[in-house]
Design a protein around this ligand. Sequence first.
Ligand code: ADP
Ligand code: MG
Length: 253
Amino acid sequence: MTQNENSTAPIVRMEKVNKHFGSLHVLQDIDLEVATGEVVVVIGASGSGKSTLIRCINGLEEFQDGHIEVDGNELTPHGKSGKALQKIRTEVGMVFQQFNLFPHLSVLDNVILAPMKVRGWSRADAVETAQRLLERVGISDQAAKYPSQLSGGQQQRVALARALAMEPRLMLFDEPTSALDPEMIGEVLDAMRELAREGMTMIIVTHEMGFAREVADRVIYIHKGEIAEEAPPEKIFDTPEDERTRSFLARVL
Ligand code: ADP
Ligand code: MG
């Protein structure tokens, strides 16, 4: 683990979080702590609550009871978090399955928008940072193009650069490669691998089990809204203890 030794408090703390969509109990007593610098991979069947779980962490979904604390900011049930939610939104970056870039803005403008609007950076400072980040994800030559002119893999790398431009303390990924053609998956995973190596705290929902095994400090298996098992990757993939984990892995590996 590339954990920051100065900081022992977890950056994410979820306690007994419950969420319902109508009669569907989609998250059940979720307890989860994530340490600074830790890479946590969330796996589980479609519909098990993986997206809902990570969307709760940055307040994209409300929950009905329990506590969620992100870097000392507390989210309260029923979406009444006010300032804490704003704070969390500026500190947590997210990359979605569908890249969600602004189609009418160039790549460069996609990346500089939030730092200028939310952080109040000058255009010159934002552009300098954006260029560095686009270089880092290998698309500095695409800065003037529009999203529709890029491949899926390139668009997702722009989305990553855009999230990083806010200097997030935590990055959330929701199936970042699921919408990509197979030949483009590697370039996005490479960029994420590099980020993990640099010590970024990451929570990643993915079906890329090889990647999970390689980068995760811890893997969490969600079954019908519950954390059924969590363990280091070698443990969960090679000797899973829970019958539900075993049966899921037998289907996907
Ligand atoms: P996963 O990401 O693991 O596929 P989700 O978190 O997206 O699962 O969804 C978990 C369950 O909640 C699914 O049964 C899904 O249909 C349901 N669900 C997700 N979003 C909503 C919503 N906005 N309204 C009602 N049900 C939802
Ligand atoms: Mg999902």
